[in-house]
Design a protein around this ligand. Structure first.
Ligand code: ATP
Ligand code: MG
Ligand code: K
Length: 711
């Protein structure tokens, strides 16, 4: 079983693996730790990661980047619309109102969903892990931004499934960082609490979390974020600055040229990085467009001036985190910054001023998320033993459920008034299960939604569950217990619905002292639900299990699948009452979600595309092998094989090699793998005998030498 942590960034991805001696961030094929989150579609194959980044400039319209920004968002999302403006590829609205990426692949225009493209990135990361572990990678833990919506979380899971991965947990990036920070710390207080603020400024967003550490545990006190504040905003400010400048000075409008845009953006990003270490920096691009070379220059002060609108927003998430954690700034003992965009000096200045202390950089700021995820995966995996360390996560949004229906005490019809209650308030521990009781005479439905849309700026609807059909044998209004789960990934769903029917039966009273009544209270909803006022409506909510009890990963066996069961009530002194429990079917509609059957199809498609990539890579390898053989043989024929061939033999073979070389550049430039294999064999038929003669001679040599020596 694999134990792997993935950090998929807007810009860069990292893979960390757990080995017996610890966590390692592993290298990709190009020996880099960071792999760009790019998929480039080509005429014969895809190029993903570093290979994708390398082909982007040549093929900008088919190079898909910023995938993390695109997944799980409706096309009409204003943030998505804003992001699309600066992306060189085409995205259109699909029939379901979600974005479709247009790209030329295998010689024709095709469409891909962002989830599918993320699946491709995951496939690439999975291969990186597999090459390093020399084993299959399936189980993993994936880092996600804390602000990801339910739909975005589902999209990440779907993308993982498409890549053949099985995430044990989607983990908030800042929590992963906190885990990576705390688990190795040997000086955590036994009784006091060490409060640490983690600030992550990445490529597109900023996240803050405040964690309280004690020996052997961390508790997330608050999360906050700005979904659109990151390094790329500074790139954009520089881009706008130079676009205007070049319009005036060189009379060119880079916005008219996708490649020029891409090159100027890349140059601005570089410039920004230079400005982190230097007070000023030049910008030179040869032949940017219309055959014009452009030159520019900027001082850090001017850069900070044009960045003011961005910098002004940095403080807000900091304030919000403090407020939600209920802490004064003095109570934050340490500030740790991560994320590469936090290297911008003006950001550090704001953080220092806000917290009244110098933020620290003790974490490896680009690797900490993947490391934390690998640690979490190790903790969840039965194959690893990890130092005892508890992570108490909290959920960043309030989740409500709502339903139509009459208040429980009203027998007549006002059956369509909308009612609701908050099931998981902001800050609720993850995971968690709540149970609600409804009194209903037939099939009904409930909606899951965000309770506070302002904190998310998102459509409030998440999903609708239809509960039924069911038939109550006794009263008209049956008692139905509905379990709602906030799972380890931070995804909310209705897990099961149970029809509860009390039936009095004459059973001799038997004492069951071993069963505690208190336990029943957590399993059964008290019957006073029916007497609740209209505000509390007809749902009575209680914790079904504590967070700790429910901490297992989804076990895949929903209660609804279990057969009807009878359970005996345990009121010791009363006449026996039986509660008959019958599972009721629950059907789910997630807004914007992909049905499981569709994900299955996408998995097959991904497999086909990956196969095509592999065939193309192997074809390239075989072609290279022919070319290498030609050069190698030609050298050897005029060098060490010289004395082992006759003149006509050498001339014939040299001609053959030349002919092959010409063929490789002409007719044979674009052949199948099999043709190259056959070509190499054909050459070897002539070359091998020469090689054998040479080998026989040289191998005999040392034997004789040794004999001489022995004598
Ligand atoms: P996200 O966390 O938003 O998903 P990510 O994890 O890919 O994105 P990081 O790798 O943490 O983001 O940061 C990338 C950003 O940091 C880019 O905008 C990059 O230009 C910027 N960056 C990298 N090095 C420096 C530097 N020395 N100075 C300023 N910015 C830098
Ligand atoms: Mg990041
Ligand atoms: K474990």
């Amino acid at each position: 079983m694999s134990v792997v942590g993935f950090d998929f960034g807007n810009e860069n991805c990292l893979v960390a693996v757990a080995r017996q001696r610890g966590i390692d961030v592993v290298l990709n094929d190009e020996s880099k730790r960071e792999t760009p989150a790019i998929v480039c579609f080509g005429d014969k194959q895809r190029f993903i990661g570093t290979a994708g980044a390398a082909t982007t400039m040549m093929n900008p319209k088919n190079s898909i980047s910023q995938i993390k920004r695109l997944i799980g968002r409706p096309f009409s999302d204003p943030e998505l619309q804003r992001d699309l403006k600066s992306l060189p590829f085409t995205v259109t609205e699909g029939p379901n109102g979600f974005p479709l990426i247009q790209a030329r692949y295998l010689g024709e225009m095709r469409t891909f969903t962002p989830t599918q493209v993320l699946g491709m990135v995951f496939s690439d990361l999975k291969i990186i892990g597999q090459k390093n572990l020399n084993a299959a990678v399936v189980d993993c833990c994936i880092g996600i931004p804390v602000y990801f919506t339910d739909l975005q979380r589902r999209a990440v899971l779907d993308a993982a499934t498409i890549a053949g991965l099985h995430p044990l947990r989607l983990m908030h990036e800042t929590t992963a960082t906190a885990l990576a920070y705390g688990i190795y710390k040997t000086d955590l207080p036994e009784n006091d609490q060490l409060n640490v603020a983690f600030v992550d400024v990445g490529h597109a967003s900023m996240q803050v979390c405040i964690a309280g550490f004690k020996k052997g545990q961390l508790k997330i006190l608050a999360h906050s974020f700005d979904r659109s504040l990151g390094g790329r905003d500074f790139d954009e400010a520089l881009f706008q600055h130079f676009t205007t400048k070049f319009k005036a000075e060189y009379h060119i409008d880079v916005n008219q040229n996708a490649r020029a845009c891409l090159r100027l953006r890349a140059a601005c990003e570089k410039l920004k990085k230079v400005l982190s270490a230097n007070p000023e920096a030049p910008l030179n691009i040869e032949c940017l467009m219309e055959e014009k070379d452009v030159r520019g220059f900027i001082k850090r002060e001017e850069f900070e001036q044009i960045s003011i609108p961005i910098l002004e927003r940095v403080k807000r998430p900091l304030e919000k985190a403090l407020q939600d954690a209920g802490l004064a700034v003095e109570n934050v003992h340490t500030v740790e910054v991560v994320g590469s965009a936090s290297r911008i000096p003006s950001i550090m200045k704001i953080l220092t001023e806000f917290f009244g202390k110098e933020p620290k950089r003790t974490m490896n700021s680009s690797e900490c998320v993947s490391r934390g995820c690998a640690l979490q995966c190790a903790i969840l995996s039965p194959t690893f033993k990890v130092r005892e360390f508890q992570v108490q996560e909290c959920f960043p949004f309030s989740i409500a459920i709502s339903w139509k229906g009459a208040a429980p005490d009203s027998q007549n019809g006002a059956a369509d008034n909308q009612q609701g209650t908050i099931v998981f308030p902001k800050g609720n521990p993850i995971p968690s299960i709540k149970a609600l009781t409804f009194y209903r005479s037939g099939t009904f439905s409930i909606d899951v939604k965000y309770a506070d849309v302002s904190e998310l700026q998102y459509p409030d609807k998440i999903s609708t569950y239809t509960i039924g059909p069911f038939q109550s044998t006794k009263s008209e209004r049956a008692k139905v217990k509905v379990k709602v789960r906030l799972n380890l990934h931070g995804i909310v769903s209705v897990e099961s619905a149970t029809l509860l029917e009390e039936e009095e039966v004459e059973v001799p009273v038997t004492k069951e002292p071993s069963r505690e009544p208190a336990k029943m209270d957590t399993d059964e909803v008290p019957s006073d639900a029916a007497t609740k006022g209209p505000n509390e409506a007809d749902a009575n909510m209680e914790e079904a299990k504590s967070a700790a009890d429910a901490s297992g990963v989804e076990n895949g066996v929903p209660e609804a699948d279990k057969p009807t069961q009878m359970e005996t009530d345990t009121k010791v002194e009363a006449p026996k009452k039986k509660v008959k429990k019958t599972n009721i079917p629950v059907s789910e509609v997630v807004y914007g979600g992909i049905p499981a059957a569709e994900v299955e199809k996408l998995l097959e498609k991904e497999y086909e595309m990956a196969l095509q990539d592999r065939v193309m890579e192997e074809t390239k390898e075989k072609k290279n092998a022919v070319e290498a053989y030609v050069y190698d043989m030609r050298n050897k024929l005029s060098d060490k094989y010289q004395e082992f061939v006759t003149d006509p033999e050498r001339e014939g073979f040299t001609a053959k090699l030349q002919e092959t070389e010409d063929w490789l550049y002409e007719d044979g430039e674009d052949e199948t793998k099999g043709v190259y294999i056959a070509k190499l064999e054909e050459l070897k038929k002539q070359g091998d005998p020469i090689e054998v003669r040479y080998k026989e001679y040289t191998e005999r040599g040392p034997v004789l030498d040794q004999l001489v020596y022995c004598i």
